[in-house]
Design a protein around this ligand. Structure first.
Ligand code: MN
Length: 290
């Protein structure tokens, strides 16, 4: 059975002790196995407090981030690249200290709209930093994920094939592809091929609807996606992700272009998402072709 997770920003905008307690209790109450904790600024996450609260609720955790234009390792500016490497290094340390074993997301570029295509020199910088970050992560027993995102959120990796190519260039055993149905729906030719192309290198999954609202209320082809996961025998984490300005900060909402809210009650949304994912997995397992 796949461990099922929920993104912390479904419940809280930040990670003070009160926010962490609320989010972890809510994820546990909704019967998820794990919570995904954003490390956009790793300094804002207290790993000792986080680990204690996770243990109290019997919940596991994963971590994710998106770099900024000020910490973009695919930049041509060495100072920007250096700041990105420092941030990723700190994120690896915090992930390990929390007791998590996965750090994913937009780990290869800024999370934001670029006004030009990636440059070869910038891509080479990203490969170099990812090589050393993956080495550090391997020493700490961590897996690093690269999440292809839509064209408005990065210019470097928009598809699974682009992630696989970048991962080949980095050449680290602990670097995996992290697929997100919301982004796939925009950029991929379908919901099955990227899963099959990734195969055993698929290491993490985000499930989100086409408008990032209630699963099943948009136009993502979840049937094809979950059957493909079943076909390749994917037994890794599946995490639900959704954002509403009812929860996230105005800055974060603007970064992800959350201009209208599709939900108000994070716990109702998350409980529904878990039931939806379990039903999709069961249906995929029961699909027959004879
Ligand atoms: Mn995602």
């Amino acid at each position: 059975m796949n461990p099922l997770g929920v993104h912390a920003l479904v419940f809280v905008p930040g990670w003070t002790e009160a926010e962490a307690r609320h989010a972890i209790a809510a994820a546990a109450h909704c019967e998820f196995d794990l919570i995904e904790i954003p490390l956009l600024d790793p300094a804002e996450v207290d790993p000792v407090m986080t680990r204690r609260l996770l243990d109290d609720h019997g919940l596991a955790a994963t971590c994710s981030l998106g770099l900024s234009f000020d910490t973009d390792i695919s930049s041509e500016d060495p100072a920007v690249v250096e700041r990105g490497e420092v941030l990723l290094t700190r994120a690896v340390e915090v992930t390990a200290a929390i007791g998590a074993s996965y750090l994913g997301g937009i780990t290869y570029s800024a999370m934001g709209k670029y006004l030009e295509p990636p440059s070869p020199a910038g891509r080479t910088n990203a490969v170099g930093v990812l090589e050393s970050v993956c080495r550090l992560a391997a020493d700490a027993g961590l897996t690093v994920g690269m999440e292809p995102v839509n064209r408005y959120e990065s210019n470097l990796v928009n598809t699974a094939v682009e992630a696989l190519t970048l991962a080949d260039d980095v050449g680290a055993d602990n670097l995996v592809v992290h697929l997100d149905t919301y982004h796939m729906h925009i950029e991929e030719g379908g919901m099955g091929h990227p899963v099959h192309a990734s195969g055993s290198r698929l290491g993490y999954v985000h499930v989100g609807e086409s408008h990032r609202g209630y699963l099943g209320s948009g136009s993502v082809d979840f049937t094809t996606f979950f059957r493909a996961l079943t076909d390749i025998g994917y037994d890794g984490v599946i995490t639900f992700e959704s954002f509403s300005s009812r929860v996230v900060s105005p800055t974060f909402a603007a970064a992800l272009a959350v201009w209208r809210d599709l939900w108000e009650d994070g716990e109702d949304l998350a409980s529904h998402a878990r039931r939806f994912i379990l039903a999709q997995l069961e249906a995929a397992r029961r699909a027959t072709w004879s």
